[in-house]
Write a protein that binds this ligand. Structure first.
Ligand code: SF4
Length: 279
């Protein structure tokens, strides 16, 4: 893998991005297991062809700095950034927990505020990551009473926080992750990895197209529906099929395939929303 610098960002920032490090055969991190197995297949088999641009790493660099700061300021009797490993189904499972404090596992994130509101902040990948850590700590004889995500919301707004609801009261938000039986999740990930199964639509972050019934001069939609026909029929029922209204198509996408996945330039299963499959 090589890092490119298309935006000509400065050397200090490039240094902060560090070097890409290749995957270790037969060893899976908690981060690997909470991403699609096929991403790890590509990393294993086509490492030298992978590229990423340092412009994509701004928040990662920010997150590393925050982690470093929190590690240096950890409570004296807590355990910060401890690496734990177990053997599982012939593989090593490894995880570095940001903080273990009196039975509480804490993982720091920098994220968009929406992630903390949707499903009360219980993202499946966060939940599974912390349950993998729980398995590692328990396997090494440490009890775990609670698992928490401590998130810095990058786009937090004081004005929006005044409305209450699920909006965080300050940019530092804590979300408890529920316990789940993690072994079947790890086993299924390993099975799919060995079978080299392509990513599911959910893993590709499928966002289907939408059709918005709009009123001229108004920014927000009157109604958003999954097909043009449904939007047309809804507008017809409301008696607003006239020159003051129109139907706006909002294009869908497989966001991970199209914009975020590190393998997107070489993956044979990359998919774009019009159904095109490369390779
Ligand atoms: S490009 Fe798409 S299908 Fe390929 S590994 Fe990435 S997310 Fe999965």
């Amino acid at each position: 893998m090589i890092y490119t610098n298309t935006q000509k960002l400065p050397q200090a920032y490039i240094n902060a991005c560090g070097e890409p490090y290749p995957p270790t055969p037969n060893r899976f991190s908690a981060t690997d297991i909470t991403a699609p197995p096929y991403v790890r297949v590509i990393r294993d088999t086509r490492w030298a062809e992978l590229k990423d641009d340092v412009a994509n790493m701004v928040w990662r660099v920010f997150g590393v700095g925050f982690h470093d700061f929190m590690r240096k300021n950890a409570p004296a009797d807590a355990i910060a950034e401890k690496k734990l490993t177990i053997e599982y189904e012939g593989y090593q499972i490894v995880g570095v927990t940001d903080l273990y404090d009196d039975g509480v596992i804490i993982d720091y994130k920098t994220t968009g505020v929406y992630s903390l509101i949707l499903d009360k902040g219980v993202k499946t990948e966060w939940r599974d990551q912390l349950n993998i850590y729980r398995k590692l700590w328990e396997a090494h004889g440490y009890p775990v009473s609670r698992m928490e995500i401590h998130a810095i919301a990058r786009d937090w707004s004081e004005g929006k926080s005044l409305g209450g609801g699920g909006y965080p009261a300050c940019p530092y938000a804590i979300r408890e992750m529920p316990r789940v039986e993690i072994e079947p999740i790890i086993s299924e990930w390993i099975r799919r990895y060995n079978a080299q199964e392509p990513c599911t639509p959910e893993e590709r972050w499928e966002r289907p197209p939408q059709f918005a019934v709009m009123k001229k001069g108004r920014k927000t939609a009157l109604r958003v529906l999954p097909s043009y026909d449904e939007a047309f029929n809804w507008a017809d029922e409301k008696g607003i099929l006239n020159e003051h209204h129109y139907i706006q198509e909002r294009k869908g996408e497989y966001a991970r395939c199209e914009r975020y996945c590190v393998a997107r330039d070489i993956c044979p299963h990359r998919t774009v929303m019009n159904g095109t499959v490369r390779g």
